[in-house]
Design a protein around this ligand. Sequence first.
Ligand code: ZN
Length: 301
Amino acid sequence: MAFENILGNEKNKEILNSIAQSENSVHGYLWIGKDGIGKSLFATEFAKMLLCEKKEQKPCNKCKSCIEFDAKSHPDFMIIEPEDEKTIKIEQIRYMQEKIAEKPVTSTKKVYVITNSELMTREASNCLLKTLEEPPSYAIIILLTSNESKLLATIKSRLMKMYFAPIEEKHILAYLKENNLDTNITKNMLKQCEGSIGKAIKVLEEKEKYELIEDIIKKISTEDITTIWRKADVLYGAKENITSLLEYMSIVMYQKLREKNEIKYANAINIIEKTKQRILTNANYDMSIDNLLLELWEEFN
Ligand SMILES: [Zn+2]
């Protein structure tokens, strides 16, 4: 069965499967969904199916195309990714265009996947537009994005849009279990994963920090403010990934708000959001954390 190792998005699996088996694909796709929910995996599997030489039950895993694909040496397949995780440059799109102009070698089609396509520079986008306007008959281009609003409207209008949903929490737990990873994570930590396996793995790596955050929140109404400041090394030392820790704080407060329905938890979420903005606009880091804890402490005492 196609897509058998990929979690969730069953409807999309059906659609893509029938497109690949019928050999009746459009030239351009735009796949939209949060980072880490498996869009790249889907695109890779879909490409393998499109390129497979067999007439049905693709991918067969036996033909020359499938074997080359699994060996990551398929001449008719390419993934374009942002350089340094920041931008996709015009040179990368030009290179893709040179390659796409050459006729397929192993298969009858050529498939190109552009990940994080919202990171294309303006020049790269305009360059890609030319190919999307007049793609070679054998070419299929799949753009992946977590933020479609950043793509040019002229590009979007030439692509078939598909939405990918976050992975359900029970599927994330099942994945962790199957891969012998730590499944002993709290409900709040599962929320922090936002339906993304990629994020779940990051959450596990930082589990200790999230536990410390929960501990600070638990003690904020019983300890004095100087003790809270002293115990908050996890925040003071986390300048690089403070956003995810603050998001986690908000999640914990939000859960408490739902359980207890007390206004102080809503106020706490506001305080945390304000701190996030302050840090994003380069306010003094340590002072922002001092203030965050003080304001929370005042709210709870
Ligand atoms: Zn095959």
